[in-house]
Write a new protein. Sequence first.
Length: 86
Amino acid sequence: MTGEPVAMSDGLGLGDLNAGERGRITGLRRGDRSYRGKLLAMGLTPGTEFSVTRLAPLGDPVEISVRGYAVSLRKGEAQLLRVERL
């Protein structure tokens, strides 16, 4: 066991949620390893609950509220996060 989060390939991505929806991170898709590390360092770890606060007019970027602060992610980057709706 390496302590890395489980990579998941199916399910919803963060970019699939709409403004006002709540969710929980279930895992990370395979992708750029360094960017995955940045997401984890920002506190976007499996089990973390969040709410989508804003979407830009074309859906990019996505702003979420997580752990008491706001994070904006490009839609492609947000799709690395696998989530479930709450």
